[in-house]
Write a protein that binds this ligand. Structure first.
Ligand code: MN
Length: 265
């Protein structure tokens, strides 16, 4: 297709996207954009509990060191330094249906593979410079997630002042459960968050111990990036992160959300 023709179609799709509600927009854009490609690339979707619809994922943001005791164990000052963010690729998501044990592959290149249990917020609205008192309006749903980490590689890259990418943003590094709409479960501001390995409690804290709340994360994040529907945010892990090996079973829990379970293989 000639470039100018493609641009017209993209502009038409963008115009539709600006006016329509989400479901109509996607269908309309698909109709307008008959771009031919030499191969298919998979999109990422997360099931929505109690719905036939799935949530299309645009970006995965993660917040670092958002519980004081975890910040200390990672060697930094927890005194409310501004939150910092990194991203994972959307295809790092591994869906973990409640009640099932999903096999999670031990990744290559690491000898120190760590769990981090985290609350995940999924956005159905976007914005720039979102004020704090409107930040939660963007949140469509929540779920339990694991920010799986090749800790040795993360640390080595940090020591060399290189990007964390290889320690954080690898294949399958983002297991999570189906989304639980906030309209049903409410907004997650406090409640137990814990993680067990082989039945033994490893992490055990409360969501109210976050340094930056979900609303504050969204507000701060939107100063750095324009947020959009389909973005999800891993909101940081409490203290006592640690290693797993092949054969270990991880159970992750947040009050008010279904638990998730993976087996490391
Ligand atoms: Mn994390």
């Amino acid at each position: 297709m000639p470039t100018n023709k493609r641009r017209e179609l993209l502009q038409a799709a963008a115009a539709l996207a600006a006016t329509g509600v989400a479901t109509q927009t996607r269908a309309a854009a698909d109709t307008a954009m008959t771009i031919r490609t030499p191969f298919e690339v998979a999109d990422t979707f997360i099931p929505i509990a109690g719905s036939a619809e799935q949530f299309p994922v645009r970006r995965i943001y993660c917040i670092g060191r958002n519980y004081a005791a975890h910040a200390r164990e990672m060697g930094s000052d927890p005194n409310r330094e501004p939150p910092f963010f990194f991203q994972k690729p959307t295809d790092a998501i591994q869906i973990v249906p409640p009640g099932e044990t999903i096999e999670h592959p031990y990744p290559t290149l690491t000898k120190n593979y760590h769990y981090e249990v985290e609350l995940v917020a999924a956005l159905a609205k976007g914005g720039r410079n979102v004020p704090l008192d409107r930040a939660l309006d963007l949140v469509y749903a929540y779920t339990v997630g694991l920010d799986m980490t090749r800790r040795d590689l993360q640390r080595a890259m940090g020591d060399e002042k290189k990007p964390w990418e290889i320690g954080k943003s690898f294949d399958h590094s983002a297991p999570l459960g189906p989304l639980q709409p906030a309209a049903k479960v409410g907004h997650m501001k406090d409640g137990a968050i814990w993680l067990k390995v082989n039945g033994q409690v490893k992490q055990n804290a409360n969501l109210n111990q976050m340094i930056w709340s979900v609303a504050e994360q969204i507000s701060k994040l939107s100063e750095a990036f324009e947020l959009a529907p389909g973005d999800i945010i891993y909101s940081g892990t409490p203290e006592n992160v640690g290693p797993v090996i092949k054969g270990d079973i991880i159970d992750a829990h947040i009050d008010g959300l279904p638990d998730i379970r993976v087996r490391i293989i």
